[in-house]
Design a protein around this ligand. Structure first.
Ligand code: ADP
Ligand code: MG
Length: 375
C-alpha cells in the first residue's frame, strides 16, 4: 500500500519557493518515436506553470506522465521530494493525489453537478463531503446549478464543474489540458480570468497546457515552450517575449519578422540598417528578429521602404512594409495619423530589442544556436 502524497506534507518547514514537482530527463516513446525527449523542469509550490507548444509537441503526454496515465521510458518524476515514477518504480495514478481536467472535460453525463463534484470524495464522511461540495460550488460559482446535468450547462459551466471535481479532493497539483479550447471566443477572456482567480484563491499549484500564446501570457507565472517533445525555454512571459532563447520561441511567442543579415567586420548588415554583432564571425549568415512594435517609420520620398498594405485595428494600425531587399516587415503604429499605401518611407529599428539567430540551426539545443543579443 502506497502512502498518499499529501498537499500539505511538512509545508511548514519548507521554504515557499522550493520545488514541489520535478521532472528529470523524462522520455516517452510511442511507436518507436520520441514524443517526449529528456524533459526536465521544476515547479514551485503555488505556481501557475504553463506548457506552451504547437499541436503534437508532447504537451498532453507530459500531463499524462505526471498524472500516472503513462509510464516514462526513462527519467524520474518527483512530487514533494518523493519519487512517483522512475526506473522500475511507478506510483499508480490514484495514489498520486494529482487532479486533472481533460480537454473534453470528461464529466459523467448521467450525474448531476453535485454528484460529479462528489465523485472523488467517496471515502469521506457524509458531512465532510457535503462541506467540500459546498465550498467547491461557491468557489466556481455554480451554487444555482447543483442539480443540473452536464448537457444542461454551457461550455464554460461544464469546465467549471470539471475544475471543481478535480479540486475537490485537495490535490497536490492540478493539471489542465487546453482548458479554453471548448469555449466560445467571446467567453474566452472572462473564463480565463475566472480560472486564474479561482486558481489563485485556492492557492493550488497548477500546470496548464495550451497551444495559444495569448492564453499563456495572460495566465502564467512561468511558461515552458515545448517543441517536438523538448523544452526550448522556460521563462516568465515578459522574458520569453523580449529574450527568446531560440528562433522557434521567437517565432511562436508573439509576432515577429526575421530579416536576413550578413556579418561583416563586427556588423550585421541588413536591409533596415547595420547592427553591431555580439560574437558572430565575419561571413556568418544570420536572421535578425524584429517585432512590429520595435520598428518605426516616417514618410520620406528618399526612403527605400514602401507601405504595401495596412490593417486598421482601432487604436493601432498594422503596416506592411517592403524593404529594398524585397523582404517584408510589419510595424504597429498609433492610428491617429495614417500613412497611405504606396507611400515611400524611411524605416528605423530600435536596436535594443533586436536579436540575431544563426541561419543554420543543426541542433536547437546547442549553445551555438543561441541568439546573440545586440545592445
Ligand atoms: P500535444 O498535446 O502537444 O498536441 P500529444 O502529447 O498529444 O501532443 O502527442 C504528441 C505526439 O505523440 C503526437 O504526434 C501524437 O500523435 C503522439 N501520441 C500521443 N499519444 C500516443 C499514443 N498513445 N500512441 C501513439 N502515438 C501517440
Ligand atoms: Mg494535447
Amino acid at each position: 500500500m502506497t502512502k498518499q502524497i499529501s498537499r500539505t506534507n511538512d509545508s511548514r518547514e519548507r521554504p515557499i519557493d522550493r520545488s514541489l514537482i520535478e521532472l528529470r530527463e523524462i522520455s516517452k516513446r510511442f511507436l518507436n518515436r520520441d514524443v517526449v525527449k529528456g524533459l526536465s523542469f521544476n515547479i514551485k509550490r503555488g505556481e501557475l506553470f504553463v506548457i506552451l507548444g504547437p499541436s503534437g509537441s508532447g504537451k498532453t503526454t507530459t500531463l499524462r506522465l505526471l498524472a500516472g496515465l503513462e509510464r516514462p521510458d526513462a527519467g524520474e518524476i518527483f512530487i514533494n521530494d518523493q519519487m512517483i515514477a522512475g526506473r522500475n518504480f511507478f506510483i499508480q495514478p490514484e495514489a498520486r493525489n494529482v487532479g486533472m481536467v481533460f480537454q473534453e472535460y470528461a464529466l459523467f453525463p448521467n450525474l448531476t453537478v453535485k454528484d460529479n463534484i462528489a465523485f472523488g470524495l467517496h471515502k469521506l464522511e457524509k458531512i465532510e463531503r457535503q462541506r467540500i461540495i459546498e465550498r467547491m460550488l461557491e468557489l466556481v460559482g455554480l451554487q444555482d446549478h447543483i442539480n443540473r446535468y452536464p448537457h444542461e450547462l454551457s461550455g464554460g459551466e461544464q469546465q467549471r464543474v470539471a475544475f471543481a471535481r478535480a479540486l475537490a479532493p485537495s490535490p497536490v497539483v492540478i493539471l489542465l489540458d487546453e482548458p479554453f479550447s471548448n469555449v466560445d471566443a467571446d467567453m474566452r477572456l472572462r473564463i480565463r480570468r475566472d480560472m486564474q482567480r479561482i486558481l489563485r484563491k485556492s492557492n493550488i499549484t497548477a500546470i496548464l497546457v495550451t497551444h495559444n500564446q495569448e492564453d499563456a501570457f495572460a495566465i502564467a507565472d512561468r511558461i515552458a515552450v515545448m517543441n517536438k517533445g523538448q523544452i526550448e525555454q522556460i521563462a516568465t512571459p515578459s522574458e520569453m517575449y523580449h529574450s527568446p532563447a531560440t528562433r522557434f520561441v521567437a517565432d511562436f511567442v508573439g509576432e515577429a519578422d526575421f530579416i536576413n543579415g550578413a556579418v561583416e567586420n563586427n556588423l550585421i548588415r541588413t536591409a533596415v540598417g547595420d547592427f553591431p554583432t555580439a560574437g558572430f564571425d565575419s561571413g556568418t549568415s544570420v536572421q535578425v528578429m524584429i517585432r512590429p512594435s520595435d520598428i518605426s517609420f516616417k514618410a520620406d520620398k528618399e526612403g527605400d521602404g514602401v507601405v504595401t498594405d495596412l490593417e486598421f485595428k482601432g487604436s493601432e494600425t498594422l503596416y506592411f512594409l517592403r524593404l529594398s531587399s524585397g523582404e517584408f516587415v510589419h510595424s504597429i503604429q498609433n492610428s491617429e495619423s495614417l500613412i497611405e499605401i504606396g507611400t515611400k518611407v524611411k524605416i528605423e529599428v530600435r536596436p535594443a530589442q533586436v536579436l540575431a539567430f544563426p541561419i543554420e540551426v543543426p541542433d536547437p539545443h546547442s549553445q551555438q544556436s543561441r541568439p546573440r543579443v545586440i545592445e
